[in-house]
Write a protein that binds this ligand. Structure first.
Ligand SMILES: Nc1ncnc2c1ncn2[C@@H]1O[C@H](COP(=O)(O)OP(=O)(O)OP(=O)(O)O)[C@@H](O)[C@H]1O
Ligand SMILES: C=C(C)CCOP(=O)(O)O
Length: 316
């Protein structure tokens, strides 16, 4: 009897993406202060990402992957080669995609030069395009380093440089890009997230920002009400399920900062609604809170009141 030939191994099926998360520019930068990172929020977001990714076997001691020297560092960086060599694995289910916004990086340069409106033939727009990319890519570098310091393996990918329909475990960001009809424009991290969600169908999507979620009016208004659950129907229409608002307060009033080139919270809600229609739940919540950790873990239950944030999901 002839032995059966060994089966040709097909390439391993890609693992489904668990979560696509946006580290909002308002969350990880001081949006009113030019090119200023909110170090504490960024550190917290990365630490929470590590917790959410942990499969229970991750060692408590974080083994940093940023082995470069930072300006002002007195000593050579610590390279824990022996520690890594002795590890069976990282103990992390790092099948997340991280996208970040620009915050106080990029928006300023883009709005001053009008990159978002196109017209690369103009010298000002050309200069603004260059300045915007310098600014957002420098933020991207800092975010990749912050993830690496938490022992999360990640690489930075710029939409302009390599296209924005990309694979998992990468850190993408809002960017200045070329546009077929406008010549150039600004691509928001919110739009990238929607596009990736359509391609990768993650289990859930998280937007971390500087407010607890979507309110019925700008949260600077003391009477603003946090909308805890928004339902999107098959036609893309959406309705507020929780809380039940009185009278004619059925809509959402939004304000956008003057230098914001991508539409702020309005864009986020529109993109979130498209994602929800795919059957993927979207959680919008505040960075560096117990609620952001729960969202990153996918541990959000709309029937309980102890989670602060907005869930946007498809109508059942
Ligand atoms: N109705 C509203 N509900 C919630 N936030 C609102 C509303 N109207 C205006 N905002 C503002 O939207 C901001 C968050 O949106 P924004 O697009 O700035 O977030 P981000 O994604 O973190 O930042 P970036 O776009 O720079 O990446 C908040 O700072 C909030 O003040
Ligand atoms: C270069 C810029 C301004 C990208 C904007 O991305 P966003 O902050 O996610 O909207």
């Amino acid at each position: 009897m002839a032995e059966a030939a060994p089966k040709q191994r097909s390439p391993a099926a890609p693992r489904p993406v668990r979560c696509i998360v946006k580290l909002g520019g308002a969350a990880i930068t001081n949006k009113g202060e030019l090119e200023s990172i909110d170090e504490e929020s960024l550190r917290s977001a990365c630490a929470q990402l590590r917790q959410a990714m942990s499969d229970g076997t991750a060692p408590e001691k974080v083994r940093g992957m940023d082995w470069s020297r930072r300006p002002g560092d007195p000593a050579d960086p610590v390279v824990d080669a022996e520690g890594f060599a002795g590890m069976a694995g990282l103990g992390l289910d790092s099948n997340f995609v991280v996208v970040h916004g620009a915050g106080s990086f990029g928006h300023f340069q883009a709005s001053r030069s009008g990159v978002h409106k196109g017209g690369l033939h103009s010298t000002l727009v050309k200069a603004g395009f260059v300045a915007t990319r310098i600014s957002v890519t420098s933020l991207n570098q800092e975010i990749v380093r912050a993830l690496a310091r938490e022992g999360i393996p990640s690489v930075g990918m710029s939409p302009f440089a390599c296209g924005w329909s990309t694979q998992r475990r990468n850190v993408l960001h809002g960017d200045a890009v070329l546009d077929e009809s406008l010549d150039c424009t600004i691509l928001s991290g919110d739009v990238i997230i929607r596009h990736l969600a359509q391609l990768l169908t993650p289990k859930y999507v998280v937007f971390l920002t500087d407010v607890h979620g979507v309110y019925d009016r700008p949260p600077t208004d003391p009477n603003a009400v946090l909308l805890k659950e928004i339902e999107v129907d098959d036609n893309g229409g959406w309705s507020i399920v929780k809380p039940a608002l009185e009278g004619n307060r059925k809509g959402v009033e939004i304000s956008v900062a003057a230098h914001d080139t991508t539409g702020g919270m309005e864009t986020k809600i529109l993109e979130a609604a498209v994602i929800a229609r795919l059957g993927v739940d979207v959680y919008i919540t505040k960075v560096d809170t117990e609620h952001s950790l729960r969202a990153l873990k996918g541990d959000v239950n709309t029937s309980s009141d102890d989670w602060l944030g907005t869930v946007i999901r498809a109508a059942k």
